[in-house]
Ligand binder design. Sequence first.
Ligand code: EPZ
Length: 430
Amino acid sequence: MDKIKIHGGNRLEGKIFISGAKNAALPLICASLLTADTITLTNMPMLSDIRAMNALLEQLGVKIDSFNDFLDGHETKTYSYRAQNIENLVAPYDFVRKMRASYYVLGPLLARFGKVELSLPGGCAIGARPMDIHLESLEKMGAKIEIRNGYVHASSEGRLKGAHLIFRIASVGATCNLLMAAVLAEGTTILENAAKEPEVGDLINLLNAMGAKISGINTSILTIEGVEKLHGATHKVISDRIEAGSYAVAAAITRGRIELVNAQASLLQTPLNILRQMGADVEETPNGIIIDARGKKLTGCDIMTDYYPGFPTDLQAQFLALMLTAEGASMITETIFENRFMHVPELLRMGANINVHGHASAIVRGVDKLYGAPVMATDLRASFALILAGLVAEGETIVNRVYHLDRGYEKLEEKLKAVGADINRIKEDD
Ligand code: EPZ
């Protein structure tokens, strides 16, 4: 397994290009299953999760073409998807085990073909992450759902039926899956307590461009008037707010200055306000965000994760790392997932002062110095928190299990090197 080696202590200065959003791209790819026409997605990130989703769709029978593209002088990918000859309606264990988001094939395949078998994802490193809301909601739309041998067997006689669904939790995954089921259903579906995350809005924009009739975008009540057929469309994936937020912290933690090109400040208001509150300068430009912490003494502050537009759980670990270098105490409360402090024991090995209270809160006290160490994390965002700590630690940090980072951070070492980090990948066979 590859590792990342960092020599800490360099102030980061320069520009980083922010890629298309992984968590927007994954459901957008699955929306291509709703039509026999071609769906073209531009500004796609080059990530192992995208390759994994493409592999799943290919084994269902989707024809995929890819092209290299340029946005603001940076290389991006365009993919076209054609789900004309679907040969197989099974999402097998080996795919779902590697990537939970495989469950996004459930809504579209059921809506278009009336049948699907999906290996039920188990728990994961950050929590139990059940799928009960997805499944109960599909049942309310007339689907028959059975769990056998670890698989969800879903079927529907004729089209799914519109329903009034009130979600117990504003789940991103359930909102996307149910949107993709409801667009081809008979009648109107109302989705209450829907997730308002920008990635959901991006999916709604693609579905409407395909001929769907969804209203209520960016609100918690979505109304979907089912249509009989959808058609092809071309769509540009939104920029990755979590990647942008992660590099914003890289600027702040090294007391540097980074311009995040192609970042969308409107999607990051809560984390940007936290950076301002801590003492960094944050400038919103028409094409990005500039974070400037040069010569600043940052002070700690409290953060509680929440649904959008609240503070994103996917930036909690990175901001916790930043608090280690701020003056005073900070309290971090995680409300979305029940096991999302797995980075803490690793940061403690680097000299951090953190007290976790139960599963939900951590008190972080700023320290004068962090020290490099071999570390490993159990998920994507926690791994980035370790990279951040490594960037300011004295000496060498080796981050193990780099495959987590490859799932969600495109060209990580290249981007950080370009702004002055001393970071290298050690290949497995080196
Ligand atoms: C999405 O996960 C993201 N993943 C996550 O990003 C992100 O952390 C999360 O949304 C919250 O913003 C993708 O988009 C691929 P949820 P998702 O359903 O959709 C509970 C990353 O690092 N729940 O909104 O799985 C669930 O257990 C990843 O990029 C149920 O109880 O999240 C959690 O506590 C990690 N029953 C809460 O809801 C259900 O049926 C929110 O989960 C569904 C969810």
